[in-house]
Design a protein around this ligand. Structure first.
Ligand code: NAD
Length: 440
């Protein structure tokens, strides 16, 4: 079976590579010539554990190929995935220009029956727009090649994308016909052997499922941050509250860690897009509006604590930042809370020395030389007035307190992820600020 995946970003590259891994012939297409040339040389554009080796292996076997030409790639394909970006437009709605552009390219170039599948996160009704775009292009060619549309939202997590794709919690597929279901079932068969569930549904429900999933996860995060802020006011400990509620299976212990707010390429834009879709249809998503509001404020709570600790004067002070990416195990800096915190500190005259295991290169593209970067986490601490832990990479978990005391100028730690032990730090003479822990 042969497929084509159009858009070779996080989702497209992982999707294509994982299908190649289970024996499907895959061509990944992108308009970014550099990206495709680099991939052919084995240079991977993103950091994702396990991906590089899997790309090399399948490229060498000839199972995975890269191209800038849909016309070439689509020959003989049974399925075409659309996996391009859907960034937020100015009004927050998902910008569909790339998705529909690809749909038109597919219509211009397809030469046989095809299932056109949207993997990008798209609002309800997009598959219909894709269908119309393909039909229009076929019409211009006076061609009546049969095709089907389907929606197959992606639930992979950056940092664990390969594992998530190969061992999915569930595969959701929206189809309009038995024929499309049959093709998609054949394609996903290798993933189903271990009992991973595949859920077929109508196309609009599949499109909505992706937004509902991300909106629910963002809601859990904002809810817990709201509770953590109240814990600070009331003198309760958000870590204990988290454990207290997480053991209830109806609530669950995932996504209830208070922190610096959610970021990344999905939650912020998908929450915005869902609010926008609802508004366009005369419905007010009241919960999601609050989820967004809480999240925007949460990104600044560490900044406010820093200002309070230093009596509103941080001019000339140096802060060590550990962790820049929006979460561990990725170099993705899209909507990373670290950027908001750092910009705010710079505005108030502070100097930043930052370390991240993989995201320095991406951060430099955004912040350039406004801040300093260090090769290792210890170097960032030199003469720092405080350590700011923003992203909880595993290597940041164990603190060498005597070393911190020797290198830092002042013994202060702001822990944006509650990974350190407040008692241990206090006993060693440090001021320690977590999230939802200290009475303010
Ligand atoms: P990305 O920005 O990393 O990659 C998109 C790619 O599409 C880029 O390489 C770009 O050059 C390419 N592209 C744009 N227009 C093109 C065209 N006309 N023809 C060929 N290629 C084209 O995006 P991403 O993070 O992979 O996200 C893709 C979609 O998947 C989005 O809708 C996103 O919401 C969704 N999604 C992302 C994740 C994630 O963790 N990143 C998870 C689930 C779903």
């Amino acid at each position: 079976m042969k497929i084509v995946v159009v858009g070779t970003g996080y989702v497209g590259l992982v999707t294509g590579t994982c299908f190649a891994e289970v024996g499907i012939d895959v061509v990944c297409v992108d308009i970014d010539v550099n990206k495709i040339e680099n991939l052919k040389k084995g240079i991977i554009p993103i950091y994702e554990p396990g991906l590089e080796e899997m790309v090399h292996r399948n490229f060498a076997k000839g199972k995975l190929n890269f191209s800038t030409s849909i016309a070439e790639a689509i020959k003989g394909a049974e399925v075409a995935f659309i996996a391009v970006g859907t960034p937020p437009g100015e009004d927050g709605s998902a910008d569909l220009q790339y998705v529909l552009g690809v749909a038109r390219d597919i219509g211009k170039n397809m030469d046989d029956f095809l299932v056109v599948v949207t993997k990008s996160t798209v609002p309800v009704g997009t598959a219909l727009k894709v269908k119309n775009a393909v039909t229009e292009e076929l019409g211009k060619r006076n061609d009546s090649i049969q095709f089907e549309v389907a929606s197959n939202p992606e639930f992979l997590k950056e940092g664990a994308a390969i594992e998530d794709f190969l061992k999915p919690d569930r595969i959701v597929i929206g189809v309009e016909s038995e024929k499309a279901e049959e093709v998609m079932r054949k394609l996903y068969k290798p993933f189903l052997l271990n009992g991973h569930p595949i859920v077929f549904m109508d196309v609009p429900s599949a499109e909505m499922t992706k937004y509902a999933a991300n909106a629910m996860l963002a809601t859990k995060i904002s809810f817990m941050n709201d509770i953590a802020n109240l814990c600070e006011i009331m003198g309760a400990d958000a870590n204990k509250v988290r454990m207290g509620i997480g053991s209830d299976v109806r609530i669950g212990n995932k996504f209830i860690y208070p922190g610096v707010g959610y970021g990344g390429s999905c939650f912020p834009k998908d929450v915005k897009a869902l609010i926008r879709t609802a508004t366009e249809h005369g419905y007010n998503m009241r919960i999601l509006r609050s989820v967004e509001e809480v999240n925007e404020d949460q990104k600044l709570t560490m900044f406010h604590k820093i200002m309070k600790h230093f009596n509103n004067d941080i001019t000339g002070k140096t802060f060590a930042v550990w962790g820049l990416s929006f979460k561990p195990k990725t170099d993705d800096m899209r909507e990373a809370p670290s950027l908001v915190i750092i910009e705010k500190l710079l505005e108030h005259g502070a100097n930043i020395v930052a370390h991240d295991p993989v995201a320095i290169h991406e951060t430099k593209k955004i912040l350039g030389n406004k801040i300093n970067y260090t090769e290792n986490q210890e170097l960032a601490l030199k003469n720092a007035s405080a350590l700011l832990l923003i992203t909880e990479w595993p290597e940041f978990r164990a603190l060498d307190l005597p070393e911190l005391a020797r290198t830092m100028k002042e013994k202060v730690v702001f822990d944006g992820r509650n990974i350190y032990d407040a008692n241990e730090l206090h006993s060693a003479g440090f001021s320690y600020y977590g999230v939802g822990l200290n009475k303010i």
